[in-house]
Design a protein around this ligand. Sequence first.
Ligand code: ADP
Ligand code: MG
Length: 397
Amino acid sequence: MTIADLPDEAVRGRRALLRVDFNVPLNEDGSVGDDTRIRAALPTIQLLRDRGAAVVILSHFGRPKGKQVAEYSLQPVARRLQELLGEKVTFVESTDSDEAIKATHKAGPGSVILLENTRFLPGEEENDESLARQFALLGDFYVNDAFGAAHRAHASTAGVAAELKPAVAGLLMQRELEYLGNALANPRRPFVAVLGGAKISGKIDVISALLPRVDRMLIGGAMACTFFRAMGLETGKSLVEGDRVDMARELLSEAGDKLVLPVDARVAPGMDAGNSARVVARDAIPADEAMFDIGPESARAHAGILREAGTVIWNGPMGVFEKPPFDFGTLEVARALAAATSQGATTIVGGGDSAAAVAEAGLEDEVSHVSTGGGASLEFLEGRTLPGVAALDARKG
Ligand code: ADP
Ligand code: MG
């Protein structure tokens, strides 16, 4: 169920306990750096306010591991949220206290309260039942908009949803599930996945799960090198996961020509030696150099397939995009996604670094959907149940 399924009397004058993902990067001076995640929660906060609820917000932040750690206080986030909303945001320095409960009862319709980091509490990551009951006292109904935390069964994502009813999805959660869910359930074809990034190990499950569903799977990033090794090619000093080579070999024989590997590579003696980078065929990677990007011919081939796609899911950059000239393949893919989108394709970007690359290219608004949850979107694509989603009320009928 979503907020739209709640009748007015269930919302107006009531306290919405809203779980968000405000796990944002901070600047050196302690102020909020990239505020994408805060902005992503604004529509839900506004909708709840417009419908006359008091909004009581819970979030995790960093990994304080059940202890109060000053550097992981949500105080700077409260300040940024207040700026973005243009409304007063009351910050409460505790979460499971009488003081917090009192503050929520004092809050009138339309007011916004942010409580301190849920991970300051030892029961949070253990999905402790009594903490979940404590959280449930902070609201009259529960809304989960923390897609990025939905793959974890924690007290504020899973436990509380069993204690506080109704328990519904917020707008961001809904949007994430719709995009990812529709791509898996009835993708417009050709359905193309692009997978890259540093490690193949974290993505084996998603490769296996997507392979039977997609028409093409384009490979880039360091994981291409593990495939190259499986093909018996020289990979030089490239990042290869030796213990995944057998798995890569199996995937190669299973996938046939669905799997599109790079045909050339941009290599250099080190990733800071961009000046001496050059392009070689994939079977000519020098023994004393490493592949840091897919080559231009591969980038063009990937882009060509992407431009014809009906649905695209992209996770993981094609190279060390942080360091030009190794950003070329990633930028080509980003531009191809934008072009496909303008032709009517549905294009979805998952993964923190891929999303950062798209943002850097200024193409955020030219793709259909940039997922806010790296790990959660991968687990969803692997076909796993997300505990934070499973705990919400199912739509009746
Ligand atoms: P995402 O966050 O989008 O899921 P990953 O975290 O899996 O992506 O991978 C991103 C990282 O992979 C980037 O830091 C990038 O520099 C690195 N990477 C990509 N290609 C290579 C390569 N050929 N060699 C070394 N690192 C690479
Ligand atoms: Mg990453």
